[in-house]
Design a protein around this ligand. Structure first.
Ligand SMILES: [Zn+2]
Ligand SMILES: [Zn+2]
Length: 187
């Protein structure tokens, strides 16, 4: 039963669509296949994902290199306009909450100064984006528990590591086989 957005491509789905076992909605089977993080989260054991997610949360902040608070995927929002051109962006970053709040302040100020000067989208979007920065400043992501987006990221990274390990193993196996081939003999 419809009305939602495809988790993979973001298309609005009015009728039909397809859901995975976690209830995520997709246009069709192709979009479902291509949503790598969700497929990974179905395959991988929950405790493996949790442990990896915790290790990211407890690691050094990639922005300030501090260890003051849990790391998560944080967002800030920016609108910049010039006459009829309005650029608006949601800017994700992996950081601590302190760096996230700094980014919210910075993008709030940039938007407050440069957002308004486009018609119509600058005028329409600027107040919304200012409020979005304020909300995230008050409630940064992942203060009490990891976000779903961070769990998605962990799952993708685990799958990448597994793929790399498998490839490395295959290479050693090949090397092994080559070593076992009979040596050329000088006859
Ligand atoms: Zn889709
Ligand atoms: Zn930081």
């Amino acid at each position: 039963m419809g009305m939602g957005k495809c988790k993979h491509c973001g298309t609005t789905i009015l009728f039909g669509g397809q859901r995975d076992s976690n209830g995520n909605l997709y246009c069709n089977a192709t979009c479902m296949e291509q949503d790598v993080p969700s497929r990974a989260r179905e395959i991988l054991p929950q405790d493996v994902i949790d442990r990896y997610t915790d290790s990211i949360r407890e690691s050094e902040c990639p922005v300030c290199h501090g260890r003051c608070s849990p790391i998560d995927i944080q967002y800030s929002y920016r609108v910049v306009s010039f006459l009829v051109i309005t650029q608006y962006s949601t800017r994700p970053r992996l950081s601590c909450t302190r760096c996230a709040r700094m980014a919210n302040i910075k993008d709030f100020l940039i938007t407050a100064i440069a957002g308004w000067w486009g018609f119509p989208f600058g005028i329409l979007l600027t107040p919304i984006y200012l409020i979005r920065n304020m909300i995230k400043f008050i409630c940064p992501v992942g203060e009490n528990a990891p976000s779903e987006a961070l769990k998605d990221l962990s799952s993708t990274l685990i799958m990448q590591q597994l793929a790399e390990e498998q490839e490395a193993n295959e290479n050693t196996e090949n090397a092994h086989t080559l070593n076992q081939l009979p040596q050329e003999r000088n006859e």
